[in-house]
Design a protein around this ligand. Sequence first.
Ligand SMILES: [Zn+2]
Length: 237
Amino acid sequence: MAKALSFLLGLALLLGMLVAAGAYALREGHVVVPAHWRPWAAVTLTEPPGPFTRFKLARLERDPALCRSVLATTPLVWRPLPDTPRRGDCGWRNAVQISATESMVKPPFPLSCRAAVALALWEHHVLQPAAQRHFGMPVRRIEHLGSYACRNVYGRDTGPRSQHASADALDIAGFVLQDGRRLRVLRHWDEAGPAGRLLREVHQGACRYFDGALGPEYNQAHRDHLHLDRGGPHVCR
Ligand SMILES: [Zn+2]
């Protein structure tokens, strides 16, 4: 009994020393952990997606000032929007008006800061690299169907509010490439060629940054767009 106890005490002491040595090495900079492996570091545009990406994005929801400071480091062109008065379950808080990303977006649209950061990361790490890989050129324009709408899921009379009702969602109908070619979810989703492959790939890639990433395979209501949102359940279909 005494033997087992002293073994456990020794083990605890050893673990404690290892943790203390690790913490010291990290603090003194002897060990540099890349940003995407550090859950406590704020998310940055340039860090590759890692196991903590969605956790880091969730942190921005509780810290509006941090969210805006991260957004300021992205290529998004935006201005802050005042919070709307609450009308029922509709209206936004900590939202921004986006007038451009790395691509053109017309018309400008409101989006919560947390969803805007996810949009910037997704465009940088998923959308633009996919366009380069499949077509050898960047996306010049993102064609969207809107973000904020005070409505329930699917526009039903009853049921839960849509993430659109808090400006946490954006519907994307397609993209225009640098040479003017248009890639449309409605037209190209099922195609075996590069247009279809790009659309399916950017939908899959959106699951790493958004909570909801819904496309044509989810249901008929999404046959013509990708619905990307933050703040709802994690659904990727
Ligand atoms: Zn939607």
